[in-house]
Write a protein that binds this ligand. Sequence first.
Ligand code: ATR
Length: 275
Amino acid sequence: MKPSVPLAGVVGDPISHSKSPLLFRHWLKRYGIAGHYIPMPIAAENFEQVIRALPKAGFVGLNVTLPHKTAALAIADKTTDRAIMIGAANTLIFRRDGLIHADNTDGYGFIANLKAGAPNWDPFWGSAAVLGAGGAARAVISSLLEAGVQEILLSNRTKGKADTLRSDFGSRVTVVDWIEAGDAIEEAKTIVNTTSLGMVGQPELRVPLDGLAPGDVVTDLVYAPLETGLLATARAAGCTVIDGLGMLLHQAVPGFERWFGQRPEVTEDTRLAVL
Ligand code: ATR
């Protein structure tokens, strides 16, 4: 028997820090939807077994966070091209026919947040500078390329990781030495920090920022604090500044719509609900 109240949730290890339950419960309440969203700590060795059992318990899908994003892609029966390009899944959809469908909505969330914060943002303005070459950078780069950005100046402390992204994503990515990251920032119109630098408890981002110019769009994936050192400097330089919380909110939109049948809106209330 299929339960009438849909269940969804988020799996990770640990999971207590996740903001997704606050976010989903805020939307369920706003739209008067009878559904539940449950955080579940699952150890890596039990991941597949638990995931395969959840549809039978009434689950319609899951968000996936660390350390399971690669495993989620591997166990899925169907995967989107963007999840394969990113090499990780953050959203699982349990289909009625029993198949598990894996998607990655991080890139979607990144671009949706960019467009919400800079409505006139145009991928053809010029190059984008991306700092960092970890998992988050893969999602950012693939979505910027898909949006039409012609050149990405990619700079990472460990150059070999940037070189790998260059070979995965192709010639629109140019690798810039970390020591020259300031030059990439000066050349670019869109600047994105995907490193953990500037986060509470982490060192500050120390790349030269004097190349920031009025009209540049600057965004940081770090959202604790909301205004990182990078964003404060960019604001003072007259740039359009977009914090990282919005990406977290927007990446959840496709899952919520799919599971609960309502496309949720990201509003100021939504930000307050998770802060
Ligand atoms: P995520 O999935 O959030 O991208 P990650 O894969 O651990 O996380 O990547 C973290 C990024 O922050 C990397 O680009 C990392 O640079 P390295 O590849 O050189 O490790 C960057 N980073 C973390 N600490 C850093 C530091 N002290 N200086 C420069 N870059 C740093």
